[in-house]
Design a protein around this ligand. Structure first.
Ligand code: PLP
Length: 350
């Protein structure tokens, strides 16, 4: 007999992008981290952190953080659930809503590869609806799949496309379960679907501090939804899922919208330049609204390029799976980092 439930035996665990030890000199363009440091105000809070706050348990709801989110986004503070990264909120959502074949998890593909892993743990059935080549949202098929949760990442990873608000609204009008809109990359995008949470009780918007706020190591994310929907999620989450340091530092980061927006503006400029430079080298590059691009190298050599770049100390993301095996997902670095990547590609393609 196995130690584990059949669902756990049957699943393959989530494989995160490589995280080499800090200190190793590497150009890291594989997990969509922000190339700029976190807000100086947030770092000051970290330096001056009061040890008394570590002696005590943290606030289970991170209310000071919820208030900062409320001030920044213009939604009530009790419409916010905070997680140990938005992955934690995703996990809570799946645990609360999905189960077996009657309560499936539905999403268009390709998208974030954590969704099927979370479903497999329940276990809950997964229904994947492929995107068309031009990434139109397959609304009718998504609705017909009757998900207990329908996940839409927008901007999507790894494609980088933004799903139009009108399409998300149409989907929200038709789905019966929860519609979870994963806005991990919204800080680099032209628009957000946040207004939908005010229109629909069953819509939750997920955000993270890992990308736009340069705080992937802090582990902080949040969901925004009607308190009726949050009530079920609060029953499921760990009581102390956000630690006191993350709460304090994350609060300062959210309050520093100017710094975040300035960094995002730089990333967007670099994204445009990287896109142009890759196209000059013969890559096919999708228009991206994230801090990364999905690029198809000339002559179907994505895996070889990924390995050759790695040898030169440049990490990009390669997904060995259907529809992605001829592509590389490249995070937008600083202009200097992007230039080193481009120079490496010039010599590798020569
Ligand atoms: C990075 C990412 C997340 C999760 O980020 P956390 O670090 O757990 O907050 C969620 N969804 C998508 C699509 C992402 O790319």
């Amino acid at each position: 007999m196995s130690y584990f439930r059949p669902a756990i035996d049957a699943m393959t665990g989530y494989v995160p992008g490589e995280q080499p030890p800090v200190g190793i000199k590497i150009i890291k363009l594989n997990t969509n981290e922000n190339p700029y440091p976190p807000s100086p105000h947030a770092m000051e809070v970290l330096r001056n952190f009061d040890p008394e706050r570590l002696r005590r348990y943290p606030d289970p709801f991170a209310r000071e953080f919820c208030q900062a989110v409320s001030d920044a986004l213009g939604i009530p503070a009790d419409w916010v659930i905070v997680g140990n990264g938005s992955d934690d909120v995703l996990n809570v959502l799946v645990r609360a809503c999905a189960e077996g074949s009657d309560r499936p998890v539905v999403y268009p593909t390709p998208t974030y590869v954590l969704y099927p892993t979370l479903a497999a743990m329940q276990p809950a059935k997964v229904i994947e609806i492929p995107y068309s080549n031009d990434f139109q949202l397959p609304i009718a098929d998504l609705v017909a799949a009757k998900g207990a949760i329908t996940f839409i990442a927008s901007p999507n990873s790894p494609s980088g496309h933004l799903v139009p608000l009108a399409d998300l609204r149409s989907l929200a009008q038709q789905v019966t379960g929860v519609l979870a809109i994963d806005e991990a990359y919204v800080d680099f995008a032209e628009s957000s679907a946040l207004p939908l949470v005010q229109e629909f009780d069953h819509v939750i918007i997920l955000r993270t501090l890992s990308k736009g706020y340069s705080l992937a190591g802090l582990r902080m994310g949040f969901g925004v939804a009607n308190p009726k929907l949050l009530a079920g999620l609060f029953k499921v989450k760990d009581s102390y899922n956000i630690d006191a340091i993350a709460t304090a530092v994350g609060t300062a980061a959210i309050r520093d919208q100017t710094y975040k927006n300035d960094c995002a503006a730089k990333v967007k400029l670099s994204r445009a330049k990287l896109t142009t430079d890759l196209k000059h080298l013969g890559f096919n590059v999708l228009e991206s609204q994230g801090n990364f691009v999905l690029a198809t190298p000339p002559a179907a050599q994505a895996e070889a390029l990924y390995l050759a770049l790695k040898e030169r100390g440049i990490l990009v993301r390669y997904f060995k799976q259907l529809g992605l095996a001829d592509k590389l997902r490249i995070s937008v670095g600083t202009d200097e980092e992007n230039q080193i990547l481009i120079e490496a590609l010039v010599s590798l393609l020569a």
